[in-house]
Write a protein that binds this ligand. Structure first.
Ligand code: GLP
Length: 247
């Protein structure tokens, strides 16, 4: 696993954006796996800026997002489709017909089929961006004795509901279920880039970087079995997580 330790979160976002830009420049038809969440959010302005400066074009890429809440309208502010449109898709030359964020409104079985077609109908994901939950979830794959490999409906844990309540009017408004790529889907991406920041991620990042075990009770640790993962964290988080590899 490659670890990049930056001076601060802002620098982490710039670094991750540059990795994505490099990928799209190398292959303008890249298939990108994208993520939402508060941490990944600040990566997108750097992509938009690079597009405005004429440094990169996203016109030929295809994208697939990690997850979406069930029961949420795509135009509601908390929907991941709306986030992606507002943060990235509507601000660049991306062909929106080639973007996919799972629908939280379609019948789950139908949407799982569509999700799989988007994931596997053409080529594998070249680069998958991910954040990590406070409890170590990736996508919405919550800690459990067994994880599900493929696309599925996940029941959110109390910890995730509480952590994501800040995006909703109240905790009771947070959807209780989500559709998500499974752990196996995430691990099939050719390259994975994880961004994390903040004290509340220290425990999980410690388990990922300062420990050599893999456990389904911290799903992010499964990333240790993938041959091409880059973790981008700031020095404050590296110190809190007990990561010593940096200096
Ligand atoms: C949500 C998303 C995850 C994301 C996580 C972290 O739960 N489903 O994909 O990694 O949030 O979010 P944040 O960066 O806001 O802590």
């Amino acid at each position: 696993m490659k670890v990049i330790v930056t001076r601060n979160y802002e620098e982490s976002c710039m670094k991750v954006a540059e990795i994505i830009i490099e990928q799209v420049k190398k292959d303008p038809t890249s298939k990108l796996g994208l993520a939402t969440g508060g941490t990944a959010q600040q990566v997108y302005p750097h992509l938009v800026e690079a597009y405005k400066q004429g440094r990169v074009s996203f016109s030929q890429i295809t994208t697939v997002n990690l997850d979406e809440y069930l029961g949420i309208r795509p135009d509601s502010e908390q929907s991941y489709r709306r986030c992606m449109d507002d943060w990235f898709f509507d601000r660049t030359d991306i062909d929106k017909a080639k973007t996919y964020v799972p629908s939280g409104l379609n019948p789950p079985n139908m949407e799982i089929k569509t999700f799989n077609e988007k994931l596997y109908g053409d080529k594998p994901i070249d680069l998958q961006l991910i954040g990590v939950g406070v409890n170590g979830h990736i996508g919405f794959n919550e800690p459990a004795a067994e994880l599900i490999a493929g696309v599925h409906i996940e029941k959110l844990t109390e910890s995730t509901i509480q952590a994501n309540a800040r995006f909703f009017a109240s905790e009771s408004d947070v959807p209780r279920e989500a559709i998500t790529m499974g752990i196996g889907d995430i691990l099939k991406a050719k390259r994975i880039v994880l961004i994390a920041t903040g004290e509340n991620k220290a425990k999980v990042i410690g388990k990922l970087l300062a420990d050599d075990t893999v456990t389904t009770s911290v799903p992010a640790t499964l990333l240790k079995v993938h041959p091409d993962v880059t973790v981008v964290i700031d020095e404050a988080l590296a110190a809190m997580a007990g990561y010593k590899g940096c200096c």
